[in-house]
Design a protein around this ligand. Sequence first.
Ligand code: Q0Z
Length: 286
Amino acid sequence: MTVDATHVASGKVREIYAVDDETLALTASDRISTFDVVLPTQIPDKGRVLTGLSAFWFVRTRDVVPNHLAELRPDGRTMICRRLEMLPIECVVRGYLAGSGWKDYRETGAVCGHELPKGLLEAGRLPEPIFTPATKAAHGHDENVEEERAAALCGHDLYRAAKEASLALYRFGAAHAEDRGIILADTKFEFGMDSDGSLVLGDEAMTPDSSRFWPVSEYAPGRPQASFDKQFVRDWCERAGWNKEAPGPELPPEVVAGTRARYVEAFERLTEISFDEYVADPTVVL
Ligand code: Q0Z
């Protein structure tokens, strides 16, 4: 059984379909991107892992903030969602200094207006998680912005609600993950408004594609960290001598298998549910 729907938008690795005026279907493919390029080789079940994890978090964070999830389809990769009026910012929370957070800190001592202590290391843990909103770039990278600018874009009340919800969601997810051997270094949320103007969490939540997952067992600040999910792919791409411009290289079977195993391991560690059970009946995460 499928949902009859018209395609409305494509992301790098996901698709959105309109089901009706109030409802969307979000489908996660098995495509993988690295160094900002979508590779020609797919990782079997990656889309199911991401959708299953999002649904797992959506159900468990409902009393932190309401979310758009209406239904999980039997394919395990499609969520039926309430259509929202999306806020024009990416809601990023960082517990550790990586990516643009580390870059901004190194250059200015601050990230999105948060003045941080001197002497922090790359991938170091922050004294407390910080909210670092970014504007959505049409193409290229999102731009980190200060609180005042983000608040002006959203309206001050919605901005405050999105900031508080983001920090609470991150604290919940990071504590859950750390207990299971995974550091949720940072994560990006997208919020929207319901027809009554209230804040609703949309998009995906605390997946490896919207977050940095690091294995606790390999954590060592002072250098870039191994990615829980994509490290085999990155290492292989580096060894292959690819110039990191499209098109990317085809991945060999052992890299595909190793990477699939890492995604499944992240799913099973975080949910404590067997991935085979999820594939047989996705409602086990709900
Ligand atoms: C999410 C995105 C994807 C490409 C729009 N509930 C919602 N209501 C209205 N709009 C969205 C949502 Cl989730 C919405 N995106 C991000 C997702 C492919 C872009 F699967 N864009």
